[in-house]
Design a protein around this ligand. Structure first.
Ligand SMILES: [Zn+2]
Length: 690
């Protein structure tokens, strides 16, 4: 046995108590080879805990069954969360191999737990008597939630169905892992090299810096420049590059991710995922997978989702026609070909925006340095919720770019830990997300959350953000606050563990403060001169944000409608992904010069896990709540109104899943949400109604 193997058995850091650094994982001691031996111990330990609950002689009670179940499996959970965070933020060949092996085993373990007949019998007997048990509101909510978790994981299935169900869930776990790994491989492999000034034409300094920095990170020469598929590099390139041929090449590479023949082709993977999901829904007695998913959402049914999406779809297409005319005129004036193509839209829109609003995105960027915007979001969290953030540089993290802050409340007491991992790299998946290493709960006298936000900004010195990047930063921090401010007894109800179409409310709501003049005046300072952003520039930024909203709405709503169409196919319908997507684009009339924010072959929301399957709509659903909700501050006359912020904290940010989300919203707003503020924000209200 070599030394590594000996160490694995003698001292596996994943199996030790993590008592240093407030329970932060000991990152610098962890090796990919530690994971499988740790899982091999954590699975049986969890099952032993479950068995001891299930085999109690005493009749079931809330405490001896539900509370115990909520506290069980902490070792496995700690290892699993760390593992998922590492495979997303800082993966490696070794971790990818472990991931492929563990995905079906983790799914099988989950099935074993949630199909435990004796345990479910105890939970079900409590559930049947739930109104007679004298439970507190959060306890009743936990009982209902856990009961539904068991039912949705197949606890009521009969013998032969159970066997098949476990196979389906393991198969889906493997396929979803394969899907994500294919995307990461295609993104890591692609670069668009920029050779010489001719290839750099039109690019402002920040894009040139980021392209050089991306080349350096890939070990290319000091003079090399490349564009990668990372949105914070690809988006500005599509916006500014004068080179139509290069824009087209990048656009095709980006939209084609996962749809290239060969080892990383996601098209057959998707067909298999959809087939297994249909079979899963059928075993639960639903006609479609969407029906199965929507039972556990605020929306409740497919029709409610389509009703919302359709309120924006046709109006957005009509508005886009007006914008298209302006863009076409711009193309003609620049001597560029018409009709315009999808790789022209951002570029021409930027030209029109600059002309119409006298605003150049490159003029804004020096005011949005990453460090200043981090300070801005912390400031907002302080003014709204009394939090303050103290950076700690003495704790090892998973990557040198990640930073850690202690989060403290008004009284100075520790609330949790916050990790910000903001830069793109080839070992990190694309997109932006919040996750946890540990959830808040009342477990062991009070367990504090350890929250991580990931972004994929192009690293530069200093790193300058676009306003969209700033919104993303605030968005993820909104999720982060939902995790940090959580104040509940039971972990299953903590923080972001709410219904999927409610979870984007705290995040999208928080984006509003990024545009608040009080915040920008204080924090949006020119990176070289330190001058605050001129009021006129801020005003131009605000006015220009109304422009091109139809494009953004179509880019988002098209994929949301395709997601619903795909997952609402009757069970047993085979899918040829490419043909299906093309047919849907025709049916919906998706404008070819706008296209889709996500195409199926790389639509991670749908296929990296089941999280957002039949659920891409949730952003718009939550936007209805968010746009209506923020008006509570507008009505109070102050974006930091103390009473409104307190109510928001109590009903939304700290309450996790202890209430039905519709009730939680009503407790905040005093009424049900109205859709008009969202339509207004997107510029889609008919003039008469606006
Ligand atoms: Zn989000």
């Amino acid at each position: 046995m070599n030394q590594v193997t000996d160490t694995l058995h003698a001292h596996n850091p994943l199996l030790q108590v993590w008592d240093a650094n407030f329970g932060l994982p000991p990152f610098n001691q962890i090796h990919p080879a530690h994971f499988i031996p740790a899982f091999d111990q954590a699975f049986p330990q969890h099952l032993a805990e479950i068995n001891s609950i299930a085999s109690l002689d005493e009749p079931p009670s809330f405490n001896n069954t539900l509370a115990e179940f909520d506290s069980s499996g902490r070792l496995l959970e700690r290892i699993t969360l760390l593992f998922h965070n590492l495979t997303a933020s800082e993966t490696s060949d070794d971790l990818r191999a472990v991931q492929l092996e563990m995905a079906p085993r983790l799914a099988a373990h989950e099935s074993t737990v949630f199909m435990h007949a004796e345990l479910f019998a105890r939970i079900d007997s409590l559930y049947q008597r739930r109104t007679e048990l004298g439970l507190a509101a959060d306890q009743l909510r936990l009982l209902e939630r856990v009961h539904l978790d068991f039912v949705r994981a197949g606890a009521r299935l009969r013998d032969h169905e159970r066997v098949r169900y476990v196979e389906i869930m393991s198969g889906l776990a493997s396929l979803c892992t394969r899907f994500s790994q294919n995307i990461l491989a295609e993104e890591a492999a692609y670069t668009l090299p920029l050779n010489g000034e001719a290839d750099l034409a039109g690019l402002p300094p920040f894009v040139r810096d980021a392209a050089r920095s991306a080349a350096q990170q890939r070990g290319l020469g000091p003079d090399a420049s490349v564009i990668t598929l990372s949105p914070s590099l690809a988006e500005p390139f599509l916006t500014f590059s004068d080179r139509r041929d290069l824009r087209e090449a990048l656009w095709r590479a980006r939209t084609g991710r996962g749809a290239n023949a060969g080892a990383h082709d996601n098209r057959p993977v998707i067909a298999q995922i959809v087939a297994l999901r249909q079979e899963q829904a059928a075993l639960h007695g639903f006609n479609t997978y969407a029906d199965y998913e929507l039972v556990d959402r605020m929306a409740g049914q497919t029709a409610s989702v389509l009703n919302l999406l359709q309120q924006t779809w046709e109006p957005a297409k009509a508005h886009a026609e007006v914008d298209r005319q302006a863009l076409t005129n711009m193309a003609r004036s620049l001597g560029q070909p018409t009709p315009i193509a999808a790789w022209d839209w951002r570029y021409l829109a930027q030209k029109v925006r600059a002309q119409r609003f006298d605003l150049d995105d490159a003029e804004l960027k020096p005011y949005f340095s990453l460090d200043a915007m981090i300070a801005a979001m912390f400031d907002c969290a302080g003014r709204l919720f009394g939090l303050h953030f103290v950076e700690r540089k003495d704790m090892a993290l998973h990557h040198a770019d990640a930073r850690l802050w202690e989060v403290r409340g008004e009284d100075g007491a520790l609330v949790g830990l916050f990790i910000g991992d903001n830069f793109a790299r080839s070992t990190k998946r694309s997109g932006a997300w919040m996750s946890v290493f540990r959830s808040q709960s009342g477990h062991e006298g009070g367990t504090l959350p350890i929250v991580i936000n990931n972004n994929n900004f192009a690293k530069a010195s200093p790193t300058l953000l676009s306003f969209d990047d700033v919104r993303t930063l605030f968005h993820e921090f909104g999720h982060g606050l939902h995790g940090l401010l959580s104040n509940v007894r039971y972990e299953r109800l903590a923080g972001t563990q709410v219904l999927r179409d409610f979870v984007e409310l705290p995040s999208q709501l928080f984006e509003n403060w990024a545009l608040e003049p009080q915040v920008l005046q204080r924090h949006a300072r020119h990176v070289e001169t330190g001058e605050p952003m001129p009021a006129a520039l801020l005003e131009k930024l605000k006015r220009s944000r109304q422009f091109d909203q139809a494009w953004a709405t179509i880019q988002y709503t098209g994929p949301a409608l395709i997601d619903m169409a795909l997952h609402a196919l009757p069970n047993g319908t085979p899918v040829d992904m490419a043909a299906f997507e093309a047919e849907q684009a025709r049916r919906l009339g998706i404008p070819q010069d706008i296209g889709q924010r996500h195409y199926l072959s790389h639509f991670q929301h749908l296929f990296a896990s089941a999280g957002y399957a039949a659920g891409y709509y949730v952003y718009m659903w939550a936007e209805v709540l968010e746009a209506d909700g923020f008006e509570a501050f507008t009505e109070a006359g102050d974006a930091f109104d103390a009473a409104t912020a307190q109510r928001l904290l109590r009903t939304i940010y700290s309450s996790g899943n202890t209430q039905n989300p519709a009730d939680a919203y009503r407790a905040f707003r005093g009424r049900d949400p109205r859709v008009e503020p969202m339509l207004h924000k997107r510029g889609l209200l008919a003039k008469a109604a606006a």
